[in-house]
Design a protein around this ligand. Structure first.
Ligand code: G1P
Length: 307
């Protein structure tokens, strides 16, 4: 089978979980410290050897294109001010990857977004990465899936276990174990009710897929939420050919969710050389044992002042 060179980033979602912030700004441009979420995902794809990224965007997502484009004015200002480190960082971002943009005119679902990429992907296998999920670990998440794809020569879906109570937020896998962390897919269910979930293995936002999926997507009927679901099309694909699902090692942050965003911010801040130490002290100040002076222990006093 051909080598996986392209990754599709479906980015047309409305970001309703993060309103009102996402009314006029794409959720993928939310900053984790000083870098937009989608840049973390692009860097993961590039690190795993992807050569072309196909971004499927929609209305209100222009900031994403500007972010990965050259900004002559800004570069000129930085050059004149001798801010060369920042200048080279901006130049690095605009040359990270070849990026092609496609507009999904209506947000009809993740499956429909992937179908919009067909003209650019063509008849090659391709990766899919959701632009608001960051993976963090010793090895790029997509690289783990690509390695499995190269061995199995079949579609591979990225998984992580989730608490049972959360299964209805995800596509859930019913699979036969092949080896540790690898399953052959028997059935996929998009956002099941808790009692109906076949397992606690959830589809996370990384896939390596084959182009025969496009024909299935063309006739895929809307599923949960009235949307054309990628999960439903993959479920059909699994009836025609072996499809695998593999547990991805590493931490996952769903930054389209408020709690996921907060966790990502704290995690990346603590791991940053320039910010980590001071931020850790700050957090310890809030969370550590309070050394309250009994004389001043008045209700409502700020916890920040207790250490
Ligand atoms: C999508 C997929 C779902 C998957 C999830 C991962 O759902 O449809 O199968 O588990 O991403 O984040 P969404 O979160 O876009 O509703």
């Amino acid at each position: 089978m051909k080598k996986v060179r392209k990754a599709v980033f479906p980015l047309a979602g409305h970001g309703t979980r993060f309103l009102p912030m996402t009314k006029a700004s794409p959720k993928e441009m939310l900053p984790i410290i000083d870098k937009p979420v989608v840049q973390y995902v692009v860097e993961e794809a590039v690190e795993s050897g992807i050569q072309q990224i196909v971004m499927v965007t929609g209305r209100g997502k222009r900031a994403i294109e500007d972010h990965f484009d050259i900004s002559y004015e800004l570069e000129d200002v930085l050059r004149k001010k001798n801010k060369l480190a920042l200048l080279s960082e901006l130049q690095r971002i605009s040359s990270l990857s070849e990026i092609t943009y496609i507009r999904q005119k209506e947000a009809l679902g993740l499956g429909h977004a992937v179908l919009c990429s067909e003209m650019v992907v063509g008849s090659e296998p391709f990766a899919v990465a959701l632009g608001d999920e960051i993976l963090y670990g010793p090895r790029s998440g997509l690289a783990q899936l690509l390695e499995a794809f190269n061995q199995l020569q079949a579609p591979v879906i990225g998984l992580q276990r989730v608490p049972r109570s959360e299964v209805s937020h995800y596509g859930i896998v019913d699979g036969t174990p092949v080896r540790d962390g690898l399953f052959r897919v028997e059935r996929l269910v998009e956002k099941p009710d808790v009692p109906d979930a076949p397992s606690d293995y959830a589809i996370i936002g990384r896939y390596v897929l084959t182009p025969d999926l496009f024909d299935i997507l063309k006739t895929q009927k809307p599923g949960v939420g009235g949307e054309i679901q990628l999960t439903d099309a993959l479920n059909t694909l699994a009836r025609h050919r072996p499809v695998y699902a593999m547990e991805i090692q590493g931490d996952r942050f769903d930054t389209g969710d408020k709690m996921g965003f907060l966790k990502a911010t704290v995690h990346f801040a603590l791991n940053r050389e320039d910010l980590g130490e001071e931020f850790r002290h700050f957090l310890e100040g809030i969370l550590g044992p309070h050394q309250l002076n009994p004389d001043k222990d008045t209700p409502g006093e700020s916890v920040y002042a207790t250490r």
